[in-house]
Design a protein around this ligand. Structure first.
Ligand SMILES: C[S@@+](CC[C@H](N)C(=O)[O-])C[C@H]1O[C@@H](n2cnc3c(N)ncnc32)[C@H](O)[C@@H]1O
Length: 319
């Protein structure tokens, strides 16, 4: 197996906002190669514990290696983050003191051609983060109509030529002309209006591949399910830290945190009588998203689009 190397982003910021402490328990919902998890375990030494979740079995294998020195304090589970409540319940720790999500794909997922995530490496049209289950990108492309594909490309990829590209992809599939990543990328480039591709700073296939990856892995549905339940998964005073790389994800996180911080404007007794909230469920710790420094971006270009937001579950009786 090729070595799994993923440089974690915003590591100091994650530790600052999560504030891990000894004796507490944390959940890394996207443990990947275990880079952030390692720092959480160091910061919560000697007895802080961590449950690490990932849907990619090869990531869990890599995390197992990275976190070997902490073996007695770590449990790794193959699951999706939308199932975190069940995972924690199964571990006998229905609530934890901090949760980290570092969304999106890992570098090894992008780098291994056979995973089918990269348009610059010849591979099958797969794109599943968990290759053991679910629909591949090719299955999805064959199943959806051209108009559904157009919606996926427009919404998840912010692709302005979504209509032309989706029609071209469906046509190429019908003719049996596309079954690999590089073939798909060629179809996308050819579908762009004359000259449009040359005016781009990035490869025009980037947005289509991103959109398909999000759809194949149901990334927004997964995040939505997690955001719906996460306050119940935190102990009072427990914190959530989320790093996202896509504006749709960042917006979902921001809006959920805002909603949980909402309290009624009515006087307390009237609000209580009306069944309205008098205390916030969570307090946002980041008024604006935290981003990587120029130094970090120079070292790790993937950090450029990272946005970190954090909140804290209020203690009982907080004002
Ligand atoms: C950016 S990497 C995380 C890297 C990790 N923080 C580290 O330091 O190595 C994202 C990881 O989350 C996993 N992932 C993404 N969405 C997921 C989901 N809905 N459920 C479980 N794992 C997910 C991916 O398989 C990938 O391994």
């Amino acid at each position: 197996m090729s070595r799994f190397v993923h440089e974690p982003v915003l590591v100091d910021e994650v530790i600052r906002f999560l504030a891990p402490r000894p004796g507490r328990i944390y959940c890394d919902g996207t443990v990947g190669g275990g880079g952030h998890a390692l720092r959480i375990l160091e910061a919560s030494a000697p007895d802080g514990r961590l449950v690490g979740i990932d849907r990619d079995p090869s990531a869990l294998e890599a995390a197992g290696e990275t976190l070997k020195p902490f073996a007695g304090r770590v449990t790794l589970v193959h699951a999706t983050l939308g199932r975190m409540a069940q995972v924690l319940e199964d571990q006998g720790t229905p609530a934890v003191d901090g949760i980290l999500l570092d969304l999106g794909v890992s570098s090894p997922q992008l780098d291994v051609a056979e995973r089918g995530f990269s348009f610059s490496k010849e591979g099958p049209l797969d794109m599943r983060m968990d290759p053991t289950t679910g629909e591949t990108a090719e299955d999805l492309l064959r199943r959806v109509s051209a108009s559904e594909l157009e919606r996926i490309l427009r919404e998840y990829g912010e692709e302005r030529y979504a209509s032309r590209i989706s029609r071209a992809i469906k046509e190429a599939l019908r003719k049996g002309e596309v079954s690999t990543t590089t073939e798909l990328a060629r179809v996308v480039r050819r579908a762009m209006p004359h000259g449009a591709a040359r005016r781009e700073r990035i490869d025009p296939a980037t947005r289509t591949f991103q959109a398909l990856r999000i759809a194949v892995n149901r990334e927004l549905e997964e995040l939505g399910e997690f955001l719906r339940v996460f306050p119940e998964l935190l102990n009072p005073g427990g914190r959530l830290v989320v790093i996202s790389f896509h504006s749709l994800e960042d917006r979902m996180v921001k809006e959920r945190m805002r909603e949980l911080g909402w309290t009624s404007r009515l006087p307390r007794d009237l609000a209580q009588a009306a069944g309205e909230r008098t205390e916030p469920t969570c307090r946002t710790l980041t008024r604006k998203p935290v981003t990587a420094s120029d130094l970090e971006v120079a070292r790790n270009p993937r950090a450029r689009s990272a946005k970190l937001r954090a909140c804290e579950k209020t203690e009982e009786g907080d004002p």
